[in-house]
Design a protein around this ligand. Structure first.
Ligand code: FAD
Ligand code: AMP
Length: 474
């Protein structure tokens, strides 16, 4: 007899585990199947994000920032530290401990909410049955009225630079180097390449980032990208644009790279290579042949605006479907699907999903870029404010970057906010709230912001839309 549930989630990343908890809260009998194995060989819930993504990268970004500050920030404050050393076992061990704390925490949350976890690979069969293959090969079948596919994504591999886990690595490998590589090559100047490149640069590696596109961070607003590039280069990150990797050969303890740019072919020798050229939806072994669930040309599970696959009772969420590959986007889809199944009004507003890059300076944005508004012919006004004129940022010695606000020229509705600077990963939340409430720049301009705080940059940028910023010329 197979176990029968109201809902089965396949995948316990931020899309699946959050959705499962919400489903259980709503009184649905819920199971969650996940195959991820932790460093200790046991089941590790939380998917890419908790195990080899968001959380461990932020742990290493923070540790490396502390180390970098000793030589690059503390002297400005009149503090000098002699003989600072890094213990790599502690550096990596701290990250592993944080990962374990959070992956274990999901187990506790499942228990508290009565979500039944299964350890193994889930395959959707026709009729909303799920066959689970345990790590030891044992099989069992469970079934549900609704099955939610939340199988996430995996790194894209370049055929001429295949991952070997040692010299040519993906994100998981670059979060686990036993030593600081002397020379690190990074392919792809996207979010992951920039964050992990920053970690190892701060720890003392010579980091060269090769990016095939001619523009830096073209997904972000051009003004933000310009400031960020300048600051990263000041920190010593070598960023080569229009540089396409064409070959990577491991020779003894080195990786020999060939890349092509407008001047022809070049060679570069590094000690480790991180390939961070994007991620693709992961659906290997997920679907029996006759389920009727479709994949698009990029291998993503096809869904409608309600995350429904078109097959009765089968839904899909997170990195495995269209939309930005961000943890919070998947989580909100998980919650929305649980609510739709329970007969409630679920909702995900794709227009206000915040993006954050946790480099130094941080980068954050929500809504449209200036280029998008131009291309769409939307009339807009721009307000900007530099952190150089924010007392708190200067006091912190982090007075770099700016807040840029785009508002509709006629209605003043906020259409986009783009930030680069200190603490902007947190500042963006205020703007997302304003945008979600269909707020105007005037709304933010009229709200009292504490002094002295970094949030005054948001206030002043809002004032600047109407050319009435106080602490700069308009
Ligand atoms: P995943 O987290 O990939 O989880 C899917 C889970 O399903 C995995 O555990 C997988 O093993 C399991 N699975 C797959 N197929 C099956 C199957 N058939 N049976 C059983 N289990 C299966 N996003 C942010 O928002 N903020 C960040 O700061 C951030 N930093 C990142 C840093 C790095 C280095 C990386 C790689 C990613 C980062 N991301 C970040 C992206 C984020 O990790 C993903 O968007 C998020 O994890 C997607 O969630 P998901 O639940 O859809 O999939
Ligand atoms: P993201 O998708 O944000 O993780 O970014 C990945 C980046 O890798 C993109 O900006 C791509 O242009 C870049 N990229 C893809 N293939 C190559 C390649 N062969 N050489 C250099 N950069 C690449």
């Amino acid at each position: 007899m197979s176990d029968k549930f109201d809902v089965i989630f396949i995948g316990a990343g931020p899309a699946g585990y959050v959705g499962a908890i919400r489903a259980a809260q709503l009184g649905l009998k819920t199971a969650c199947v996940d195959a991820f194995t932790g460093k200790d060989g046991k089941q590790a819930l939380g998917g890419t994000c908790l195990n080899v993504g968001c959380i461990p990268s932020k742990a290493l970004l923070d540790s490396s920032r502390q180390y970098w500050n000793i030589a690059h920030n503390l002297p400005v404050h009149g503090i000098s530290v002699e003989g600072a050393k890094v213990d790599m076992a502690t550096f990596i061990g701290r990250k592993d401990k944080i990962v374990k704390q959070f992956t274990g925490g999901i187990g506790q949350l499942f228990k508290a909410n009565k979500v039944t976890p299964y350890f193994g690979t889930g395959k959707l069969l026709k009729g909303n049955e799920v066959e689970i293959t345990a790590p030891d090969g044992g099989k069992q079948t469970i079934s549900a009225t609704n099955v939610i596919l939340a199988s996430g994504s995996v790194p894209i591999e370049l055929p001429f630079a295949k991952f070997d886990g040692k010299m040519i690595v993906d994100n998981a490998g670059a979060l686990d180097f036993a030593e600081v590589p002397k020379r690190l090559g990074v392919i792809g100047a996207g979010v992951i390449g920039l964050e992990l490149g920053s970690v190892w640069k701060r720890m003392g590696a010579e980091v060269t980032i090769l990016e095939a596109l001619p523009d830096f961070l073209s997904v972000a607003d051009a003004d933000v990208a310009k400031v960020a590039k300048k600051e990263f280069e000041k920190q010593g990150l070598a960023i080569k644009l229009g540089a396409k990797l064409t070959k990577a050969e491991v020779k003894k303890n080195e990786v020999h790279l060939t890349y092509e740019d407008k001047d022809g072919a070049h060679e570069l020798v590094v000690d480790k290579l991180l390939v961070a050229v994007g991620r693709r939806a992961y659906t290997a072994g997920l679907l029996a042949d006759d389920t009727g669930v479709k994949l698009d040309e990029r291998g993503r599970i096809v869904v409608d605006e309600h995350c429904h696959t078109g097959v009765d009772g089968v839904w899909a969420i997170g990195d495995a479907v269209r939309g930005p590959m961000l943890a919070h986007k998947g989580s909100e889809e998980g919650v929305a699907v649980a609510e739709w199944i329970a007969g409630k009004a679920g909702h995900v507003n794709f227009d206000t999903i915040p993006w954050v890059i946790y480099t130094e300076p941080e980068i954050a944005w929500a809504g449209k870029t200036e280029k998008q508004l131009k291309d769409e012919g939307v009339p807009y006004r721009v307000g900007t404010f530099p952190f150089a004129a924010i007392g708190r940022a200067v006091a912190m010695n982090e007075a770099v970057g700016q807040v840029k606000m785009l508002a509709h020229a006629e209605t003043d509705r906020i259409l986009g906010v783009h930030m680069v600077g200190p603490g902007v990963s947190e500042l963006i939340a205020e703007c997302v709230v304003a945008m979600e409430f269909k707020g105007s720049s005037e709304d933010l301009a009229r709200i009292v912001h504490a002094h002295p705080t970094l949030s005054e940059a948001v206030h002043e940028a809002a004032l600047s839309v109407d050319k009435r910023a106080i602490h700069k010329g308009n």
